[in-house]
Write a protein that binds this ligand. Structure first.
Ligand SMILES: Cc1cc2nc3c(=O)[nH]c(=O)nc-3n(C[C@H](O)[C@H](O)[C@H](O)COP(=O)(O)OP(=O)(O)OC[C@H]3O[C@@H](n4cnc5c(N)ncnc54)[C@H](O)[C@@H]3O)c2cc1C
Length: 493
């Protein structure tokens, strides 16, 4: 018996909808994929910084890097510079690169701490991509198998949705323009069809809800409860505004600057800079937050700032009956680590192998839901880490973040690091131990004792090895082109 879903309907044409449609049409050639979107409603149109896994998605979808960068005004991203998070005036870098061994006798950070030599600079100087970022240099990878560092992209979100749309249409996805006004249910509670404002009806076997914050199927129709994380992550609004680029250099990284009641992002694109202020409305009023954003811009604003409202959290189950939610329809974690697009890809990566086998069992659906819930929680914990280690006490937000009770999963990780220098990892982590180390180190949060497994190297020997690594990295970076030069060559191809 053929158990495949024959007719898949994707609801929504933002990044989530078009990524889903492209991936499903590619992976399930025997099914038809139809996407319905409403130009009248539009897309959220923010979400311009990504995570390295996007390159994996692009490879699977057969996307050419140069073509993608040209179409979306894209730039490269090596990580995020965090300014003023521990105290005002300090900054650190969360790199997508690595810090050598993280545990055992050769743990690089352990030797770095034990040697304690001011001439070595920061731990970041032991990491290739941190140094590339600090010097504005970039170069492609020799190959995916031989990766001395990792990288992601910045792009224009609206152009990216359009780029994916063109690709999906080429792959055979059918597009329907229209506003959904009603949903007909099946006897078992699932969705039978969607009714559009002009009276047309769209039936399907499987519905992928990518309707954005509206969460039309998962939220409004199926009423799946929302796991609300706003106690731990109280930011709930953002002002967003593009500005003119200033100066010749395009930084190959995002910047996140902590402010009185939130933080401001700066995302460099080839034609403009994307800016936003993410803030907690319970600690600052909207007008003051808007003024703080405008005061951050490097150049003149190119439009009026736009206000977005959100709640951090996720639907407790992302797959219910014949509806799977992806993107904002399934949840949203505040954008500090640019993880929404990553969660879309991850959802697709978990979903597609199940659909390729036919109709999944109840246990498989349960496994999918548990996996997605854990992923939201792991990323939530990672984002909280950026706030809770702060030494700032200059605003109510910072006082709340420094004193609140942490989720148990995070409290355990902090304990394991502080007590024993262990970077504990759970299943379903979005961020590996290098990322956790970058935040601990950047926030000046070091273990009380050295790892007992760390080799007792003579100080001179350890110092020599660290100096050599630093010099090798500096020489490699000095030979690389600037980010601007590399990008210019790439888009001219
Ligand atoms: C302030 C902010 C900053 C962000 N920054 C980042 C970031 O740096 N990195 C990152 O990865 N993510 C970021 N995100 C998240 C990112 O914007 C989204 O994950 C991404 O754009 C995908 O959105 P979406 O497709 O789920 O929803 P949307 O883009 O909102 O698309 C929803 C679609 O559903 C359609 N729709 C809705 N209702 C109906 C209806 N009744 N009938 C027909 N169609 C309908 C709409 O027309 C639209 O096509 C950010 C989000 C916010 C709010």
């Amino acid at each position: 018996m053929d158990t495949a879903y024959k007719r898949i309907v994707v609801v929504g044409g933002g990044a989530a909808g078009w990524m889903a449609a492209t991936a499903l049409a590619t992976a399930l050639p025997a099914s038809t994929v139809e996407l319905v979107e409403s130009e009248e409603i539009g897309i959220v149109g923010v979400g311009e910084a990504t995570f390295p896994s996007i390159r994996h998605f692009h490879r699977l979808a057969g996307i050419d890097e140069a073509e993608f960068l040209r179409a979306t005004n894209g730039t490269y991203k090596l990580g995020i510079e965090f300014r003023d998070w521990r105290i005002q005036g300090e900054s650190y870098f969360h790199t997508f690169g690595d810090f050598g061994d993280l545990t055992g006798p050769d743990a690089l950070w352990g030797h770095f701490r034990r040697v304690g030599d001011a001439g070595l600079g920061t731990l970041g100087e032991q990491c290739l991509s941190s140094v590339m970022a600090s010097q504005g240099r970039f170069q492609g990878l020799p190959s995916e198998e031989n990766k001395p560092f990792n990288y992601a992209y910045h792009f224009d979100a609206a152009l990216y949705a359009g780029f994916l749309r063109a690709l999906a249409l080429k792959r055979g996805v059918r597009r329907t323009e229209g506003r959904i006004v009603d949903v007909a249910r099946r006897a078992d509670g699932g969705v039978a069809s969607l009714k559009l404002a002009d009276g047309r009806e769209l039936a399907g076997d499987l519905f992928i809800d990518c309707s954005g914050f509206a969460s039309l199927l998962l939220g409004r129709t199926l009423d799946v409860p929302f796991a609300d994380f706003s106690h731990w992550l109280p930011v709930d609004r953002a002002w967003a505004v593009p500005s003119e680029p200033s100066g010749p250099a395009l930084t190959p990284y995002t910047r996140a600057t902590a402010l009185e009641a939130g933080w401001a992002w700066r995302i460099p694109l080839r034609n403009r800079v994307g800016n936003g202020h993410v803030f907690a409305s319970r600690y600052i009023d909207e007008e003051r937050a808007r003024d703080q954003l405008l005061a951050q811009l490097d150049g003149p604003a190119l439009a009026e700032p736009r206000l977005l409202r959100f709640t951090t959290g996720h639907r407790q189950r992302c797959w219910v009956h014949n509806v799977v939610g992806l993107g904002l329809a399934s949840g949203f974690l505040e954008p500090l680590e640019s993880t929404s697009i990553f969660l879309i890809q991850s959802g697709l990566g978990n979903l597609i192998p199940l659909l390729q086998k036919g109709r999944p069992t109840t246990a498989e659906v349960g496994g999918y839901n548990a996996g997605m819930a854990r992923q939201f929680e792991r990323i939530r914990d990672f984002i909280i880490l950026h706030y809770c280690l702060t030494a700032r006490r200059d605003g109510e937000l910072w006082r709340h973040m420094a004193s609140m009770e942490l989720p148990e999963t995070l409290a355990y990780k902090i304990h394991a690091w502080r007590q024993a220098g262990v970077l504990h990892q759970y299943q379903w982590e979005g961020f590996d131990a290098n990322s956790w180390l970058a935040i601990h180190a950047g926030m000046g949060h070091w273990p009380e004792r050295a790892d007992p497994e760390l080799a007792e190297l003579p100080r001179d020997e350890a110092l020599r090895a660290l100096r050599q690594r630093r010099e090798t990295i500096a020489a490699l970076v000095a030979a690389m082109p600037t980010h601007d030069a590399y990008l210019r060559r790439m888009v001219a191809r």
